[in-house]
Each structure stands twice: as structure tokens, then as C-alpha cells.
Design a protein around this ligand. Structure first.
Ligand code: UDX
Length: 437
């Protein structure tokens, strides 16, 4: 099929590349000319395993192309995926201006039947606004041409660092449609994935996305709350998580206690869901509490550092991991940002290393941080080593060497990647999150 994908961020670029890899002809559009020029040369601006190769392969085979023109791409396509950003406004509400602007542009260039699909994460009722906008701006210009189009919602469930895997092997595909034609087109498009397809109405599909991310965030804040109780009771959160996660109704995923969740989705989607619920007349205190527990986790980590090194002013704290999770260079809303800022405010000197996120961190973190070339460089002269992202390469360090390099053999394991008994045996003063030491 001929497909236009508008927006070439994490979601749009992965979606476009994967649809092309499935044999479709994909026209990717973005209003960022610089980004489009790099993409035309196969230069990928985001770190996502396998994406660069996939994009280059499909450029070579002529299945994917890039432009800044919605006009030319829409005219050549039957399906148009809207994958533009829906960032949070100050008050937590989703900013849908880009979505409206793109909807107007699409409307002005409808030259035959189009299926317009919102893939961006949007609050419920957005589909109605897209429909209204397209109706208004396609009938414009006085021409009485019969404009035929459908709107659909097709939320994505892609995790950064495994986005291609998640696209090609989804647990389910959700399509919110209003016509048999739209259902047929999307069912055929996704047929090669051979995955369960949930066909529903547009509003339910929009809520499925917000509810999914909110539930995943809830699991994380729940296990972090339980980890605080484990610490006070002298129990072990990993044992508790294992014991509850084996219940199929609970499931073992997303029960890893630690420094809390970050990223471009959970914080944004929680706020947007709370906001739209309130607008509809429901006060979502429950999700406010999920957010609060997550925020509190950063202070939990700082309190742990204080407990190990007494005072912070003048001390050097070594941070391992800046990205919001392993296998990504993305540090948006990463716990490391607030934790480092709070430590600096309290007079700490910071040394930091991340396998992939150093570049992006320099642009976000405040000046004065010493960026190191590896974990040992971070440990050299530090009073405490703090793990904030559970990268695999931190799991197999030479601990004997680390201990010699540290001013004090203290470790705050903010992602519970080490075994407390083993750390203690090697002579470290170790604390994890909810671990029984
Ligand atoms: C998430 C959803 O998983 C995905 O379905 C949606 O489409 C986009 O948002 P992503 O934000 O890329 O994906 O990362 P995810 O793997 O979900 O982790 C989110 C955050 O939760 C990370 O900061 C991670 O460190 C944290 N996390 C995850 C925990 O703290 N504990 C866990 O058990 C799992």
C-alpha cells in the first residue's frame, strides 16, 4: 500500500521503516528540513537498535523516501499516519497544536479517498477534532468536490530500545475505526504481522493507549512503594516481586523497584490522562499518587547516599547511567536529571558516565559535571558510586579495581543490578532499593 507517515520521531521513523520493510511504499514527512536532509542520506538522529540498517535498506530498495511536503506525499497515499509529538503543556495537558496543523494540511490535499490514522498518543475525543478539522478544511475553496475520508486511531506500544521488535511482534494491534472500509484497510495492512487485532471504536482505542501506559506506570510506583515497606520491615523486594509476579493475573513485568520511571511517554501520558479525565468530570487522584510516588523515588535515592556518606557538600558522587533506561540514548525525564541537580544544589561534585547518553546529557545537564570515559574513571576519587540506569556493562565490572579507585567503598544501587550479599562480601557498604542486605 502507499502510506504517508507524518512526523519522523521515535514513533514515526520506526513505523515508516517497518511498514516499508513489510513491502509498502512509504513517504515520510517532517517539517524539520535538516532532519529530512539527514534521513535522505540514511543518517539516523536517534539511537534505536536495527533502525539505521532498516532505513538504509529500504532507501536503497526504493520503498521509503523523505520530504517536507505533506502535499505531495498525501496525494500519493491512501493511508496517512499522523505521528507528530503531543508534548505536555505547563498544566500537564497534551499540546495538540501540531496535530491540528497537520490535519489542516492533509485536508487541503485530499484528492481521493484517504484513511487518516492518529498514531500519536492523544487524549480521548481527539479523533473527533481531527475529523471536524478535515471536514472544515477539505470542503474549503468553494469547490464542492465530494471528499471521502475516514479517521482511525491506531496507538503504538513501542518501547525505546526494542521498538522494531515491538512493532514486528506486538502483543496486540489496536485499531479504532468508524467504517468497514477503514477496518478492512488496516486489517490488511497489519496482516503480515499475524498478531491479535483489537477492533474497536476510536474513543476506546484512544483510551486503551492512555490506560496501558498508566497501568504500567502504576505497577512501577506500586513496587517502589512496596520496596519502601520492605526496607522498613527488613524484607527483600526482589523476593516479593517474584512471589507476586508469578500470579498470572499480576505478571512479572514492570515490577522492578528502583529510581523510578522516566522517558518521553509515562510522565507525559499520565499528566495528559489526568487532565482529560478531569475535563470529562473525573478527578484522577489515583494517577496523581502514581506520579507522586515516582517523584519521591528521587529523594529516596538521595537519602540513601546521605545515609552512606553522612554529608554531601564537597563530596564527589560518581553516577553510572544517565539515560532513562538501558539500550537508549534518550534522557528525557530520566531520574538522573533531577537527582544530579539536587546533589549539585546540595554542594556535591558530580562525575558521570553513560554508554550511549553522554552526548544528549551534555545538552541537558547543568555545567560543571565531569563526564568520564568509563565506570572506573567515574569511581576514581569518588566518595560514592550511584547506579541510576541498569546498563548490562555495569553488571560485570571489576569490583576489586572499583574498590581501590573509590575514596570510600560505598555503592547506592538505584536499579538493584547487584547482589547485596556479594557486594558485602567484597567489602562494599552497599544499599539497593528495598533490598535485604
Ligand atoms: C513505554 C511503554 O512501555 C510503551 O509501551 C509505550 O509505547 C511508550 O512508553 P518506554 O518509555 O520506551 O515505553 O520504556 P519502558 O521500557 O516502558 O520504561 C519506562 C520507564 O520505566 C524507564 O525509565 C524504566 O527504567 C522504568 N521501569 C520500567 C522501571 O522503573 N521499572 C520497571 O520494572 C520497568
Amino acid at each position: 500500500m502507499n502510506i504517508t507517515v507524518i512526523g519522523t520521531g521515535y514513533v514515526g521513523l520506526v513505523t515508516g521503516a517497518c511498514f516499508a520493510d513489510l513491502g509498502n511504499r512509504v513517504y515520510c514527512v517532517d517539517n524539520n528540513r535538516k532532519k529530512i536532509e539527514s534521513l535522505k542520506k540514511g543518517k539516523i538522529t536517534i539511537y534505536e537498535p536495527g533502525l539505521k540498517e532498516m532505513v538504509r535498506r529500504n532507501i536503497r530498495d526504493g520503498r521509503i523516501s523523505f520530504s517536507t511536503s505533506i502535499k505531495t506525499s498525501v496525494k500519493k497515499s491512501e493511508i496517512i499516519f499522523i505521528c507528530v509529538g503531543t508534548p505536555s503543556k505547563e498544566n500537564g495537558e497534551a499540546d495538540l497544536l501540531a496535530l491540528e496543523n497537520v490535519s489542516r494540511e492533509i485536508a487541503k490535499n485530499i484528492n481521493s479517498y484517504k484513511l487518516i490514522v492518529e498514531k500519536s498518543t492523544v487524549p480521548v475525543e481527539t479523533g473527533e477534532w481531527v475529523k471536524k478539522t478535515i471536514k472544515t478544511f477539505s470542503a474549503g475553496g468553494g469547490k464542492k468536490r465530494k471528499i471521502r475520508f475516514d479517521i482511525a486511531s491506531n496507538p503504538e506500544f513501542l518501547r525505546e530500545g526494542s521498538a522494531i521488535e515491538d512493532f514486528m511482534h506486538p502483543d496486540r494491534i489496536v485499531i479504532g475505526v468508524e467504517s468497514r472500509k477503514a477496518k478492512k484497510i488496516l486489517s490488511n495492512l497489519y496482516k503480515p504481522l499475524n498478531a491479535p487485532i483489537v477492533v474497536t471504536d476510536i474513543k476506546s482505542a484512544e483510551i486503551i493507549k492512555h490506560a496501558s501506559n498508566s497501568f504500567l506506570a502504576t505497577k512501577i510506583s506500586f513496587i517502589n512503594a512496596i520496596s519502601s515497606i520492605c526496607e522498613k520491615a527488613g524484607a527483600d523486594i526482589k523476593e516479593v516481586a517474584k512471589g507476586i509476579g508469578l500470579d498470572k493475573r499480576i505478571g512479572k513485568g514492570f515490577l522492578n523497584a528502583g529510581a523510578g520511571f522516566g522517558g518521553s511517554c509515562f510522565p507525559k501520558d499520565l499528566s495528559a490522562f489526568i487532565h482529560i479525565a478531569e475535563k470529562l468530570g473525573y478527578k484522577f487522584d489515583f494517577l496523581e499518587e502514581v506520579k507522586r510516588i515516582n517523584e519521591e523515588q528521587k529523594d529516596v535515592i538521595i537519602d540513601k547516599i546521605l545515609k552512606l556518606i553522612w554529608n554531601i557538600p564537597g563530596k564527589t558522587i560518581g553516577i553510572l547511567g544517565l539515560s532513562f533506561k538501558p539500550n537508549t540514548d534518550d534522557i528525557r525525564n530520566a531520574p538522573s536529571i533531577d537527582i544530579i541537580n539536587r546533589l549539585i544544589t546540595q554542594g556535591a561534585r558530580i562525575k558521570a558516565y553513560d554508554p550511549k547518553a553522554m552526548e544528549k546529557s551534555r545538552g541537558v545537564l547543568q555545567k560543571g559535571i565531569t563526564y568520564c570515559k568509563d565506570a572506573y574513571d567515574v569511581a576514581r576519587g569518588s566518595d560514592c558510586l550511584v547506579i541510576l540506569t541498569g546498563w548490562n556493562e555495569f553488571k560485570e565490572l571489576d569490583f576489586r579495581r572499583l574498590k581501590k579507585l573509590l575514596k570510600q567503598p560505598t555503592i547506592v544501587d538505584g536499579r538493584n543490578i547487584y547482589d547485596p550479599k556479594m557486594m558485602k562480601k567484597m567489602g562494599f557498604v552497599y544499599t539497593g532499593v528495598g533490598r535485604k542486605v
